[in-house]
Design a protein around this ligand. Structure first.
Ligand code: MF3
Ligand code: CO
Ligand code: CO
Length: 266
């Protein structure tokens, strides 16, 4: 595994890409409501990226080994969909939860972030799952600093999510990111504190836990992309792109509409 340490120029480019990814979610937020289709969200995102931001949708035609080209400009994962949901014609309805995951490329640099949205009024369980997943991500972000280990990130998420009776998807992880979409290292969302790669200033990676209300098992659909929970329980995910700084961390995927971090001393 070779983990790139970014140059100052790389970091400047990643700050711009990260902000633009977050601003894309800000732009989409008002339309994510009852009655709209996920295809509508995809079309609006594509037009905003290409027409307004002059960014490139990284997911469109993305084809890692063993995969067919991904057919859309973002991922929309509703209810029991864990990740990589392909936008379609189905309308969002009251009580749904949805993850919208966007990755933009600006001047060759990738910004990757996702948020959860409630459609109308969520069930108590859905709200709890989404909030616990958000806090799990933030607790993990807060352990990022030089000298910390990747295992500290995974252990933090695992302890918090499992402590709330939820389970962690094992098959997908966070990832290094830069001029390539998915770089080393793999950032597991479970693990043991004090193990794994030691963090150094200049590393940039995502933290993007997928947490299930039921059992951890997943299944892939015949479209080659969509991942669902095997037991059809709800799944939630949040994602930020994070830089390791000399003193700690910097979240690169922030903008005016970024939800505030949870309180620290909870
Ligand atoms: N944005 C996802 C991630 O966080 C990757 C989506 S790849 C796609 O890594 F092809 F499914 F869009
Ligand atoms: Co990612
Ligand atoms: Co993503």
């Amino acid at each position: 595994m070779s983990v790139e340490l970014k140059t100052e120029a790389d970091i400047a480019g990643m700050r711009v890409a990260g902000r633009l990814a977050s601003e894309l979610l800000d732009f989409l937020t008002p339309m994510i409501a009852t009655g709209i289709t996920t295809k509508d969200i995809d079309r609006a995102a594509h037009d905003y990226m290409v027409g307004v931001q002059k960014t490139v949708p990284a997911t469109l035609n993305y084809a890692p080994p063993g995969h067919s080209p991904y057919p859309a400009s973002l991922c929309t994962s509703v209810n029991h969909v864990v990740c990589h949901g392909i936008p379609g014609e189905k309308k969002l309805k009251d009580g749904d939860i949805i993850n919208v995951d966007v990755t933009v490329i600006k001047d060759g640099y990738h910004g990757d972030t996702s948020r959860m949205f409630f459609i109308g009024k969520p069930s108590i369980q859905a709200r709890r799952l989404v909030e616990v997943t958000y806090e799990a991500m933030w607790r993990a972000i807060r352990v990022v600093r030089p000298g910390a280990h990747l295992g500290d990130i995974g252990a933090t998420i695992q302890k918090f999510a499992e402590g709330h009776g939820f389970s962690i998807v094992r098959e997908f992880c966070g990832h290094g990111i830069g001029s390539r979409f998915h770089e080393d290292p793999q950032v597991l969302h479970y693990g043991r504190a004090g193990t794994g790669l030691k963090l150094q200033p200049g590393m940039i990676f995502t933290i993007e836990p997928m947490i299930n209300a039921g059992r951890p098992g997943i299944r892939g659909l015949a479209d080659g992309w969509t991942i669902v929970t095997a037991d059809h329980s709800l799944s939630a995910q949040w994602e930020h792109t994070v830089l390791v700084t000399p003193t700690g961390y910097e979240v690169l995927t922030q903008s005016a509409g970024t939800p505030p971090p949870p309180p620290e001393n909870a």
